[in-house]
Each structure stands twice: as C-alpha cells, then as structure tokens.
Ligand binder design. Structure first.
Ligand code: MRU
Length: 344
C-alpha cells in the first residue's frame, strides 16, 4: 500500500504529492508548524489524509512542547489546534480530527504531561489505522454498485494518496476489481492542480488497474458514448441534505452524468458528513492562488495581468447524487433521513 503518511520516532513522514509522479520524495515534519505548512502547500491533500495529518500535527506539537505546567500545556494545546484549523477550510475531516484530539485531551486533564503526550500520539496513530479500515468498508459497500464490464469515471484523486491508504472512490474501484469485476477507469485530469493526471493515474498504475487519462472537458463526450458505467468521486464535506462539496469540476461531471443516465456515486467516510449544515450553500469554499490557474506545473500559460478565479471546490446539489457510500452502508435520497442513519 502507498505510504501517504507514516510516523517515525520523532517525525511524521509524508510523500510529497506536489512532486508526483516525476519525483518520489518524502517530507519529514518534526513540528506542528511543519505539518501545518505541509497541509497548506498540499504536500499532503485529500480530506481524510489532512485529517490524519492534523491529528499527528497536534500530537507532534505537544510532544515537542517545553511546558512543564498544566496551564501552559493546555494553552499550547489549543493554540496548536487553532494552527491546524487555519490550514484549509473546506474538508471537514480536518476539523473532525481536531475535535477528536480535543475530546481526548479533555478526558486526560490532570494526568501527568508525559502520559498525555503519549496518549495524543496513540490517538493520531488510531485515526490513521481506522481510516484504512474505514476505506476498506466503503470499498465493500460500493463494489456491488459498480456495473461490470464498464468504465468508471473519477475526478480528482480520492485514492490511497488522499487517505491513510486504499482510498474512498478509488477504494470502491479497488474493491470492485478485487471482487472480480472487469472494469477500467477514466481519470479526469482535474485542472488546475492536476490531481487526476498526476496522482490518480500514477496510483492506479502502481496497482495495475487499467486507467485512461482524459481532460476535464472530455467527460461529457464519453458519457454520451455509453462507455461510462458510473461515476465515483470522493467528498470534502457533505451537508445534511446530501449536497456534496468536492474538487472543482465535480458539479459539471454530476450534471453530465444525470443528463446521460449515468449513476453518480460519492464515496466518503462518516467523518466527511457535516449534518449541522442544512445545505451545501453553507460550506466554506477555499480560494487558492491565481498562479495555479495561470501556470501549469510552473510554466506560465496565460498572459501577465490575467484576472483569475480559483475556487478549489464546488458543491453538487443532492439531486444529482445517486447514492453516498459510507463505511456504514449506502445512503440514498431523502438524504436528510438516510445520512442520519449512517452516523447512528
Ligand atoms: O484540494 P485537494 O486535492 O485536497 O482536494 C481533494 C478532493 O477534492 C478529494 O476528492 C476529496 O478530498 C476526497 S479524498 C478521499
């Protein structure tokens, strides 16, 4: 399995996803600030993976804390949580992981600081291990939905690289293949950051899963051809009514899927559900640097002075979503009811 993120004795090590596929290099984060920078600059990305990274960031930060008194330690703990929360706004898994660390910390108050440090590290490890198990369960639930002898279209990278391992959308594809289905994959290149071209194709090639790269604007053409059996994507945040925030371009894919009668599946852990939000309009959308749009892999393709918009995510209304596949089962409309059952 691909080593997205792992702990070493005094550090957290991540494969540098900005450099893939041309270079396979690893970044060692020794402090909470190192982890925060890695999340912000997308050394590590993908909703579940940045949740795991945030948990490690908090644990690493408190391991390195020089505080000897409870109050100073508590102040540093909450400051480190804030640092992690400031990295990226859309993926709710980040905030879910921070809340989990906070909840543990509250139960540990009054214990020796050495024990608290150790327990925070263990909790981060657990978040990582559980994520892999969750993805396998998502895969098992989703595999049955994938039509045999067809092509699965996916957008962005919701694979092992976007999680602690195995992936959500790519987990469904892996599980469908493991169950014997004869499927191949179409990967949208996913402008502007090219997670599809650089990461999904690379990741699926490692597994020997036949994968074809298409540019984002080819998706409609292939859906109309009848070749695409279903779309499977991941999610960064899902509102209580089933609206799904995911990588920019997902909404267009969903509309095209509905128009062409292609099932549109979202694969995500329960930690991606934000049931406090009534609808997707309340999901904060990250705006990223203009250079990601004016440049491709560091090469300028637009004139100097070009006005740019760069929302990193869009929201797909629930009416386009055929089903949401979680580790606890498959939710279908009406999502207000079915998603609550997934959490329960
Ligand atoms: O900006 P990114 O690369 O972090 O965006 C990633 C996505 O949109 C993924 O589809 C989503 O996080 C699900 S990952 C299992």
């Amino acid at each position: 399995m691909l080593p997205t993120i792992a702990r070493e004795s005094d550090a957290v090590v991540m494969i540098d996803q900005r450099k893939l596929p041309s270079e396979e290099v690893y970044v060692r984060c020794k402090t909470a600030a190192d982890v925060a920078r890695a999340i912000r600059t997308m050394v590590i990305r993908g909703a579940p993976a940045i949740g795991v990274a945030a948990a490690y960031g908090i644990a690493l930060g408190m391991r390195g804390s020089k505080a000897t008194g409870t109050q100073k330690f508590a102040a540093e703990f909450y400051k480190t949580c804030e640092l992690m929360a400031s990295t990226r706004p859309t993926a709710v898994n980040l905030f879910w992981a921070i809340d989990r660390m906070k909840r543990l910390y509250i139960t540990l108050r009054g214990k020796p600081l050495a024990e608290i440090r150790e327990r925070l590290i263990r909790e981060a490890q657990l978040v990582r291990e559980e994520d892999i198990a969750i993805n396998r369960a998502i895969g098992r639930h989703g595999a049955a939905l994938v039509p045999d002898h067809k092509t699965v279209l996916t957008h962005c990278n919701a694979g092992a690289l976007a999680t602690a391992g195995y992936g959500t959308a790519l987990g469904v594809i892996r599980a469908a293949r493991e169950s014997g289905k004869q499927i191949d994959v179409f990967a949208d290149e996913t402008r502007p950051f090219l997670q599809g071209a650089r990461l999904t194709v690379w990741e699926l090639q490692q597994d020997g899963i036949p994968t074809t790269l298409i540019t984002d604007n080819m998706a409609g053409h292939f859906m109309k051809s009848g070749r695409i059996g279903c779309v499977v994507v991941g999610a960064d945040r899902i509102a209580g009514n089933g609206d799904v925030a995911n990588k920019i371009g997902t909404y267009s894919v969903a509309v095209l899927a509905k128009e062409n009668g292609v099932p549109f599946f979202v694969a995500a852990p329960v930690s991606t559900l934000d049931l406090q939000l009534a609808s997707g309009g309340q999901i904060p959308i990250e705006q990223r640097a203009a250079a990601e749009v004016t440049h491709v892999c560091g090469h300028r393709v637009a004139p100097e002075g070009t006005a740019v918009e760069n929302p990193a995510f869009d929201v797909t209304p629930a009416r386009y979503v055929t089903a949401i596949i979680t580790e606890n089962g498959v939710a279908r409309a009406p999502y207000e009811e079915s998603l609550k059952k997934m959490v329960g």
